[in-house]
Design a protein. Structure first.
Length: 223
């Protein structure tokens, strides 16, 4: 995101409750922001980046073109190469969409992240645009082996196509859900049904937190 768009985000309504919630991402391997189009996911991320400009982070804003794994990996490589030494495997021109290939890519990223000494944030906006199987497998493998000082923030219109069960069990997952139904009473059961359908429910829910802010229903549900 260029500086002009970041400046424009600064002039928009500040979602302070959500920004405060997003600040907790440093305690989790994955922070997942789920919201429909037009809910303000990108603006929220832009404002958070402005408020935390001192933190080392890489931002990848995705488009429909990133459905192509080669395009996605090129964008990922460009964002990360400013911070870590990425092996050429991320910039190759041929790709076999196999679990083995995804594992190799993930291991390359893990090794690069291990070279960092301080906390680092990888932000992926509009992750629903990167729905190719190998991309989903790549992040499933990456999150399964992510160094503790690396934090991934994903904003998407839909749930990722990989399991979050292990992150949930290890208390490494923070989820923020938003809807545009601002005039309806907050219905926690709708969230519970959603998570049950995605196999994310646990027997005991910890640190349950709900807020309604500027068109958002945000659920902070660290499992």
């Amino acid at each position: 995101m260029n500086s002009l768009k970041l400046a424009h985000a600064h002039n928009r309504l500040q979602r302070n409750d959500l920004l405060h919630l997003l600040n907790r991402s440093q305690a989790f391997a994955l922070t997942l922001i789920l919201a429909p189009a037009g809910s303000g996911k990108s603006t929220l991320l832009q404002q958070w980046r402005l408020q935390n400009a001192q933190l080392p982070m890489a931002h990848v804003g995705l488009t429909r073109r990133d459905q192509d794994p080669i395009v996605f990996l090129r964008h990922l490589h460009q964002a990360l190469q400013k911070h870590v030494n990425i092996l050429p495997v991320l910039s190759f021109n041929a790709l076999d969409a196999t679990p083995e290939q995804a594992e190799i890519l993930a291991q390359s990223l893990v090794e690069a992240f291990e070279s960092l000494e301080n906390d680092f944030f990888l932000i992926l906006d509009d992750f629903h645009c990167a729905s190719a199987s190998i991309i989903q497998q790549l992040f499933a493998n990456l999150l399964a082996n992510l160094p503790p000082h690396i934090h991934v923030i994903i904003a998407s219109r839909s749930h990722p196509d990989f399991s979050l069960s292990r992150l949930k069990l290890d208390d490494l997952l923070l989820v923020i859900i938003a809807t545009i139904c601002v005039y309806l009473p907050l219905n926690s059961m709708s969230f519970a049904n959603y998570y049950n359908n995605h196999n994310l429910m646990t027997v005991k829910v910890k640190n349950y937190y709900v807020s309604l802010k500027a068109g958002w229903q945000a659920l902070n549900w660290p499992y």
